[in-house]
Design a binder for this molecule. Structure first.
Ligand code: MN3
Length: 202
């Protein structure tokens, strides 16, 4: 079974009013994400070691193996984008009570959490991702990963949500201003209800 590009959970114009325009979503989902799916399907077709494996199994199988880095990069990017679309909402930015209490407990407050997330996002040199995870010690943690990396691959905790910091995620809307993209994303786009649901099943 070939991997497929999942539909967005909203229309490509749904986030335009909160800082992510239709063209960004059309290119990001329809071109970038689609290209990772097409590339991975090409590898699976030619490699019996990959056939019958789930996306997660392919990520674990190819992680930290330089000779098959393209397989990790494409499978990792598919997973990361699958989570990224769910991590956003046209009515984002509202933090539900249980998650707010946990953020306050583990970071000292919502403002401190946002500051930590912004630091991770802006200090990730080059391309990558900023994540909110539930770490093994039971505490919420902000993690950054380069390129196609993820906490799933590295074992750094259960994923609650993710923000894409590759330039293609923000260049049309914010040009080179990644800090502004991040602030806007946390305040207006981030789907904290999705994060809380993931926390509940952790
Ligand atoms: Mn991307």
């Amino acid at each position: 079974m070939a991997f497929e590009l999942p539909s967005l959970p909203y229309s490509t114009s749904a986030l335009a009013d909160v800082g992510m325009c239709q063209e960004t979503l059309e290119i990001h989902h329809g071109k970038h994400h689609q290209a990772y799916v097409t590339a991975l399907n090409g590898f699976v077709e030619k490699d019996s070691n990959l056939q019958g494996k789930t996306l997660e199994e392919i990520i674990h199988y190819s992680y930290n193996k330089p000779d098959i880095a393209p397989i990790f990069n494409n499978s990792g990017q598919i997973l990361n984008h699958n989570i990224f679309w769910e991590s956003m909402s046209p009515t984002g930015g509202k933090i539900p009570t249980k998650l707010e209490a946990k953020l306050t407990e583990d970071f000292g407050g919502v403002a401190q959490f946002k500051e930590a997330f912004k630091t991770a996002a802006t200090t990730q040199f080059g391309s990558g991702w900023a994540w909110l995870v539930l770490a093994a010690d039971g505490k919420l943690k902000v993690v950054k990963t380069p390129n196609a990396g993820s906490p799933l691959a590295s074992g750094e905790g259960k994923i609650l949500f993710v923000m894409d910091v590759w330039e293609h995620a923000y260049y049309l809307d914010f040009r080179n201003r990644r800090p502004d993209f991040t602030t806007n994303w946390l305040d207006k786009i981030a789907n904290y209800e999705y994060a809380e649901a993931n926390l509940a099943t952790a």
